[in-house]
Design a protein around this ligand. Sequence first.
Ligand code: NOJ
Length: 556
Amino acid sequence: MTKPAAWWRTAAIYQVYPRSFADGNGDGVGDVAGIRSRLGHLQDLGVDAIWFSPWYTSPMADAGYDVADYRDIDPIFGTLPEVEALIGEAHTLGLRVIVDIVPNHCSDRHPWFLAAVAAGPGSPERARFHFRPGRAVSPAERSEAPGDGPASSAAGGELPPNDWQSNFGGSGWTQVPDGEWYFHMFASEQPDLNWANPQVVEDFDDILRFWLDRGVDGFRIDVAHGLVKAEGLPDLASLQPGAGKPYEDQAGVHEIYRRWRSIADGYTATDPARERIFVGEIVGPDPEGFARYLRPDELHSAFNFDFLFCAWEAGRLRKVIDDTNASHALVGAPPTWVLSNHDVTRHVTRYGRLGDTGFGFDDRRHGVPSDVELGTRRARAAALLSMALPGGVYVYQGDELGLWEVEDLDDDLRQDPIWQRSGQLEHGRDGCRVPMPWSGRQPPFGFSGDGAVAAEPWLPQPAEWKDYTVEAQQDDPASMLALYRAALAIRPAFGDTPMTWQDSPAEVLTFGRGDLICVTNLSAQPVALPAGKVLLASGPLDDGRAPSDTTVWLRR
Ligand code: NOJ
């Protein structure tokens, strides 16, 4: 008998965004009690694991990605004992648990940062972060800035230490009252930690152990490419064209992940049936650089953003799939297939837009018209395509309901720091974080229970979602939910078998895996299907053929 593949190599992993999944206490914000009450949905859906976006103590400057205590739960979400109970309940249902770890930065309210600000320049407390004196304004700059008074010129250091920008817009540096500056790759409330400091390294060893001791099966690593900064923090303008960014993908990150791997493997060794894993959020490196994170003694897997932001176009998808398989084969790691997450425009909306789909903080194409019907048809086809490809697959909460990006939120409700930091130019990510609709015909659609006392959800849900609730879809065989359930039930049959492309017209993607075949028709015309028994189709067939924007699974 062949040894079963490690669970994470083929897993279907569901992302829960706690603030928007289910609200157990009726305050309008999702919480752990709500998640516990809805675990049955995930079991019925048929996923293997759940990844929880951060639920730690946080002032919520970036929806919890600004952590003030890595070992406790924010009161808005619940308590540590509730999370411990949730982990146990998930395991009882056969669902593994992955928690988000945010090691690149903490909150500016974390005791580490408060102590650093209080302790002053040159202190060991400041050495946990990237504090630097500012640059002085040059005489030329000063003559261009007549408003600059003599007091500041005497002090010096009026300018940020270098030209690094925040990913959320504006300078990457913020000044503290004594005049020093600290670097933050994201919001100013998210100071970057200094991973050259052994204390930081040891603290995170302990944080990993804390959660492993509570039974988690793995970690999703936020900004996994960003922890180590280039020596001397060189100006971007000083670098050769084509040189990578000095705050991304530095060689030193690999040492951190080897260390983390040995910690996780230590837990696995005592309980081999439950292999503890890491999935990295890695953005930026080329395919070889990406694969280096997935060497056998580093991370197990990483999100496939190339697939996520690929346009709905056969040639480009085929290339992304080939490149993905090739880069992962370099190190024997399983690919992952991702369509949406809490940072990107929901793929129903992306696929309903013409041309490139857009990924990332600055490419959301907010307001570009989208045809939801077209986007939904493609989202159904993409779901079956992604679930047929070899490796792991991610489902972001609401994908299984066919939710779209909510683009008409009132500006004064927007909470994503990108909105303010971009001078209200970038609308940010709130539109993919609108609370889940569960039941009923009126908001909050069961999100906050049925009680009349329930507060409004923290973001308003579209009235049209009355037809998109779990309740409305669960008995409808034509629904997105029925498609996801059916696909996830069949998917284990693909196993760990590699894929082989089959001959097909240029705009049709056809591949086999063992005795299963997946056909995705991206052309405008219906295409004939290969011989075999149809197991599942993302839409009705046309006289035995696959219509445009349809995926079909067959057994030969
Ligand atoms: C990536 C996370 O997915 C995103 O939501 C967050 O804003 C940034 N990292 C900063 O932590």
